[in-house]
Design a protein around this ligand. Sequence first.
Ligand code: GDD
Ligand code: MG
Length: 360
Amino acid sequence: MTEAILLVGGKGTRLRPLTARTPKPMVPAAGVPFLTHQLARARAAGVEHVVLATSYLAEVFEPYFGDGSALGLSLEYVTERDPLGTGGALRNVASRLYSGPDEPVLIFNGDILTGLDIRALVATHTASGADVSLHLTRVADPRAFGLVPTDGDGRVTAFLEKPGAPEEIVTDQINAGAYVFRRSVIDAIPAGRPVSVERETFPGLLAEGAHLQGMVDSTYWLDLGTPQAFVRGSADLVLGRAPSPAVPGRCGERLVLPTASVAAGAKLTAGTVVGEGARVGAGARVTGSALLAGAVVEPGAVVTDSLIGAGARVGARTVLSGVVVGDGAVVGADNELREGVRVWCDAVLPAGAVRFSSDA
Ligand code: GDD
Ligand code: MG
């Protein structure tokens, strides 16, 4: 049986909310909780058993995904009492795996949207006989990631997590957050204490002479770490640029969930999603944005590259660009908010309160 571990815990995931009472993996992207896309892609690649390793609020995942059967998966949940780090989380779920010691186990960071050919990563792993195989991608600025230089055969020569010193920026190849581990390598991670797979396990394995294989793949790849990236990812799912079998509808300029309502003359483009029960008024223009369940965009509003939280309201003629409006918040009519503004959950901005000005 092909199995996978999905890492959805850690400190940052909940403490840096998008909008959001909901933890990030459960915030809808293209109409369904983000995690659904990762689970559905894993299933499509032949994965049957997934262990969700989390360090908080397993109770938000389980009521939604249950035993996984709706996705054709067998799904289990393991919650750490205190976050164990990426490596500690893997070791902590090792007893749930069915694979034999030499069999491959897939591992996914829970905040990545990618078109990775998962079967090809497993095939590379098997063909090379590696202990661990890593999906690598190239980025313009690798500093916020794990840098992974490889030799001419794709064999990993070093693993440098978020290097600070300029001389450590030795490659633009980064760890894309999808691995295949030989099962026995997971069992060998120390138990009962925090371990970082990036800072401890990978460098340790390399020092011991283990075989880490990189597979550079330039398919769609996005780390959803920031709200702006999350909005981008949702739009790319709707547009079909980011492939996922879990998008609930046909890909195109917009995705309007069946219970949403869009007035005649409203214009929805560039991968906009209108969530369950959300409403868009006449003459509104919504571009590349995600309106979560029950959100309201009133007539004449112009919303671009923004995330409008569950039950939030954008007043008539208000202009938003690159903004996150928290769940339940109200931005009154005739406001103008731009790049990077976050309106906290349930906050209320009166009509005509803020305009943006670039003049001196
Ligand atoms: N269960 C559990 N417990 N999961 C954890 C823990 C933990 O203590 N800590 C982190 N995770 C999960 C996160 O939920 C996330 O899905 C994944 O592990 C990676 O953690 P992040 O905190 O998002 O790390 P990052 O984005 O700074 O860096 C990682 O991802 C980059 C690619 O986006 C590293 O793996 C980098 O090397 C990589 O380049
Ligand atoms: Mg991350």
